[in-house]
Design a protein around this ligand. Structure first.
Ligand SMILES: [Zn+2]
Length: 360
């Protein structure tokens, strides 16, 4: 590829990332996209930069064989997975890795394949075995799955997300969309109810010069007290989103305790969340290391140092609750081990505080 072609390939990755961002399959900095350049190289999106902010020079050229790169920008932490996929699948020219809601949730049930349908045709989606993000083991598991199911253009990475590939960008994007629709239908079958996702705000608040400002004037006294307790116990919190999305409400009504079923839950929320039976228990559940406080029958408060962080927690909680409901209905699922959750939570906090330092 000459330099003009390389620039075009970089621009295409940005175009596709915006497209996937617009249709909601890629959010924030989660997921990553790559394209094959030649036998030994691929281009990949960087680590920790929002899709809206990408410029061509941020797309990193990586060697498939030794993962080396010449760039000041760090490539995505999942570059091992992409390299492994290009090695076992010579037909792959473009790869999209997402944390899309329904496919990720379908990958928590402990099943090796997901059976569904799309456009009246049967769809079988293989699920690659779980391993911690960023590890060699995860790359191996994905490669093994892609090799075994040579005809599959998309697989689910258990408890994490998806990997979709194609002979070009269009094929890979189509696969991600198809998979989300098929997995939505699959979850509707499992849960015997319609599936929506997103964040539904109840009573939010934030701190302004040390004072609590409530978004809604009619915030009830009881709710105000909960917010006050959270700010008092968590000096690191400046924004609270009261998430009353359907799945979060359901969990707040029916569950006692949530353990992580998805990597991002362990990273952003914590290694476990209790659902209280009364306000005493609710206050007791406000903990330093847990960014969600459930309210009995009333959704959950999602905590952040700013609006953006609180929103990230709210989105990850909604997805985690959909997975939780699916596992409950299914009767079995694959939970992450406590050790894996602790590792991920620590790693995330460490890299996040580093990132915050850089931004300062
Ligand atoms: Zn990922």
């Amino acid at each position: 590829m000459n330099s003009n072609e390389l620039l075009e390939a970089r621009q295409e990755i940005i175009r596709v990332s915006r497209e996937l961002h617009e249709i909601g399959l890629l959010v924030r900095t989660w997921g990553n996209i790559s394209s094959r350049v030649d036998e030994d190289h691929f281009l990949i999106t960087p680590s920790g930069i929002r899709y809206e902010d990408l410029t061509p020079e941020m797309i990193v050229l990586v060697n498939i064989n030794d993962l080396s790169y010449e760039s000041d920008v760090k490539p995505s932490s999942e570059l091992k997975v992409h390299a492994a996929a290009y090695k076992v699948r010579p037909d792959a020219e473009f790869i999209v890795h997402t944390h899309q809601v329904f496919a990720s949730c379908a990958g928590t049930l402990g099943q090796k394949k997901i059976f569904s349908y799309f456009d009246d045709e049967d769809v079988v989606i293989p699920v690659a075995a779980y391993a911690l993000p960023g590890t060699e083991k995860l790359a191996e598991n994905v490669a093994r799955c892609l090799k075994k199911y040579k005809d599959a253009n998309g697989i689910i990475m258990a408890n994490h997300g998806t990997l979709c590939l194609g002979a070009d960008a269009r094929e890979a994007v189509f696969e991600a969309e198809k998979m989300e629709t098929a997995c939505n239908d699959f979850l509707i079958d499992v849960c015997k109810t319609d599936m929506t996702h997103g964040v539904e705000c109840g009573y939010n608040s934030h701190l302004e010069d040390g004072q609590i400002v409530f978004d809604q004037k009619d915030t009830p006294e009881r709710v105000k007290q909960i917010h006050q307790h959270i700010y008092a116990k968590r000096p690191d919190v400046s924004y609270i989103i009261h998430n009353k999305a359907e799945a979060v409400l359901t969990v707040s009504r029916r569950a006692n305790h949530m353990k992580p079923l998805l990597d991002d839950f362990a990273q952003l929320i914590g290694v476990g969340v209790k659902i209280p039976n009364n306000d005493d228990e609710l206050y007791h559940n406000i903990k330093k290391s847990v960014n969600v406080v459930f309210s009995q029958n009333d959704g959950a408060y999602c905590l952040g140092s700013n609006e953006d962080d609180a929103l990230a927690v709210a989105m990850v909680l909604d997805k985690g609750c959909i997975a939780y409901m699916a596992v409950m209905r299914n009767g079995e699922g694959h939970y992450l081990s406590l050790l894996e959750c602790i590792k991920m939570n620590r790693h995330y906090r460490k890299s996040y505080s580093k990132l915050a330092d850089i931004k300062k």
